[in-house]
Design a protein around this ligand. Structure first.
Ligand SMILES: Cc1cc2nc3c(=O)[nH]c(=O)nc-3n(C[C@H](O)[C@H](O)[C@H](O)COP(=O)(O)OP(=O)(O)OC[C@H]3O[C@@H](n4cnc5c(N)ncnc54)[C@H](O)[C@@H]3O)c2cc1C
Length: 378
């Protein structure tokens, strides 16, 4: 695989760099990390700006090389992250693009690209996390609607979401994986109650969602009834395979800043620290190369849907991120207790990375069974 910029890539990179230099100074001030309505407005505002400049669909439509250049250049310039747009842009939208009907794509995709609607993910339940196929939220058919009752947990951005990619059980008698359906549920439907959960960093980024006889039109079903497990695998492959790749660029920037700080404060003299930073640098470079391979393989071999390589990426990236911020805490010394420091907040949130989007143990199972061909462990 040739990893250097083609003439088309170089032209895209130069044009984007020039545009960012003009667009970023015009942004409003960043809202407080815990003010979710303000964060929603800020994140959607940035998405709107990208849309108007013709960059909004880079995650879906652009050739893989251009997408990665977009991530590199936006991060290098300090542009906002997708934020509240994470689910809509990086896994619900791509799932609808891959599995939805023409009407569904026309209804749901343009508002995501224009920065008008936020999605959340209603997959996990109190008794269905790693074992997602154990989910019990029930949907029964009533005319042109499903009537949904149950509860979801750890639903990121639910407080500010317009839509939820929701997994429900439509056939309780079928084998577990065969009775599940993927629905798009409007979050303002009667019967939806959102109760925010506070994390150890003080943020209410996720919530419990209670569903009491919520009516969801049958027309909002993506894929066939009881075929939701297959659609879920498409969503999860986007979530693990490509949704986090922009963050690798951010980690490489933090690593550079960390080395700079260590040089200034003298901790660079410690050979153990230097070795750790060197190893992390090699890790993140390798993760970026793996990303380039995964994205390019998804585009060229699999019609845009990432493969099982996403689990390899997710497994190693989530651990490398934790090691990066543990090292940052060592360099910060006493300042590592200051929750106002962005590295300290990122260190706390990095703890969740080996759990969110499927735990490391589950990724190891997937890698063992589907890549290494080991016997099923469960
Ligand atoms: C920050 C964050 C954001 C999240 N956002 C969302 C969201 O928006 N929407 C959503 O639906 N969910 C979300 N989740 C939930 C996430 O998907 C689940 O937490 C995750 O799948 C694990 O499920 P669980 O918490 O129920 O843990 P459990 O499944 O109960 O696992 C507990 C422990 O047992 C281990 N374990 C379980 N089964 C096995 C096995 N077969 N082999 C080996 N070890 C095993 C696990 O690895 C883990 O260490 C989020 C989670 C976090 C942390």
């Amino acid at each position: 695989m040739d990893l250097s910029d083609s003439p088309e890539d170089a032209e895209f990179r130069a044009r984007l760099r020039e545009w960012l230099a003009k667009a970023l100074p015009a942004l409003p001030p960043k809202p407080s990390p815990d003010d979710w309505p303000a964060r929603r407005a800020y994140d959607l505002g940035w998405q709107r700006t990208l849309y108007e400049a013709g960059y909004a669909d880079v995650h879906w439509e652009a050739p893989p090389g251009l997408r990665l250049i977009f991530l590199e250049e936006t991060e290098r310039a300090g542009a906002p992250y997708v934020g509240a747009g994470f689910v809509g842009l990086l896994h619900a939208g791509p799932t609808i693009a891959a599995e939805g009907t023409a009407e569904q794509r026309a209804r749901w995709l343009p508002p995501v690209l224009r920065g008008e609607e936020v999605w959340c993910q209603g997959f996990s339940e109190p008794d269905a996390g790693s074992d997602l196929a154990a989910l019990r939220t029930r949907a029964r058919r009533d005319g042109d609607d499903y009537v949904v009752s149950g509860s979801k947990i750890w639903t990121s951005h639910a407080e500010v979401a317009d839509w939820c990619e929701l997994l429900v059980r439509t056939d309780p008698r079928a084998p577990r994986h065969r009775g599940i359906t993927w629905l798009a549920m409007p979050m303002d439907a009667p019967g939806v109650t959102v109760r925010p959960l506070r994390t150890l960093a003080g943020s209410t980024e996720f919530a419990e969602v209670f569903l009491d006889e919520v009516r969801v039109p049958v027309a909002n079903r993506v894929g066939a009834e009881n075929d939701g497990w297959r659609v879920t695998m498409v969503t999860l492959s986007f979530e693990r395979g490509t949704a986090f790749v922009g963050e690798v660029v951010a980690c490489r920037r933090v690593l550079g800043e960390l080395a700079g700080r260590a040089r200034r404060d003298g901790s660079w003299d410690d050979p153990v620290l230097r070795r750790r930073l060197g190893r992390l640098n090699a890790e993140f470079r390798a993760l970026w190369r793996l990303t380039q391979w995964n994205v390019s393989e998804a585009q060229t071999v699999r019609g845009g849907v990432p493969g099982v390589g996403g689990s390899v990426f997710k497994l190693r990236y989530s651990q490398a991120r934790q090691e990066l911020y543990d090292t940052a805490a060592e360099v910060l010394g006493d300042a590592a207790l200051d929750l106002g420091h962005p590295w300290v907040r990122d260190r706390l949130s990095s703890l969740s990375y080996t759990i969110a989007a499927g735990t490391s143990q589950i990724q190891r199972d997937i890698v063992g069974e589907r890549i290494l061909g080991l016997p099923k462990g469960r």
